[in-house]
Design a protein around this ligand. Structure first.
Ligand code: MN
Length: 130
């Protein structure tokens, strides 16, 4: 069964690009355009992975991550923040909110899927500081 990824991203161009790259690598992708829609879609059917924009209308990505990690049915789903926030501390803020990893925008189309897969495989191994 092809893993299904939920992509929560309000920017149409980014949605198109990420969806295109993931689909090309054999993943199925469902798309949500804001936080509330992402929460609703995650609740309908838990995806294998959630890719989460941080700057979102309605509910920002930090809040989405916090709610996902409070949900018994969804907390095991890995969440990767994909965000253009580049200031010091943003990565930590994403992780504090419950994200399992962080990829900076603009994404590199040549390496994006490999970055996602590296974060996913690291979750199954002890981290460097473990
Ligand atoms: Mn956005």
């Amino acid at each position: 069964m092809t893993p299904e990824i939920l992509l929560i991203e309000d920017n149409g161009q980014n949605r198109y690009l990420l969806s295109y790259l993931l689909t090309k690598h054999g993943y199925r992708v469902r798309e949500a355009v804001d936080g509330p829609e992402g929460m609703r879609m995650a609740g309908e059917r838990a995806p294998a992975l959630i890719l989460l924009d941080i700057q979102l209308p309605g509910m920002d990505g930090y809040e989405v991550a916090r709610r996902l990690k409070k949900d018994d049915a969804l907390r095991a789903v890995p969440v990767i923040a994909v965000t253009s926030y580049a200031m010091t501390g943003d990565r930590e803020r994403c992780i504090e909110a419950g994200c399992d990893g962080y990829i900076e925008k603009p994404v590199d189309p040549a390496t994006f899927v490999a970055q996602v897969e590296a974060i996913l495989s690291n979750q199954c191994k002890p981290g460097p500081e473990a």
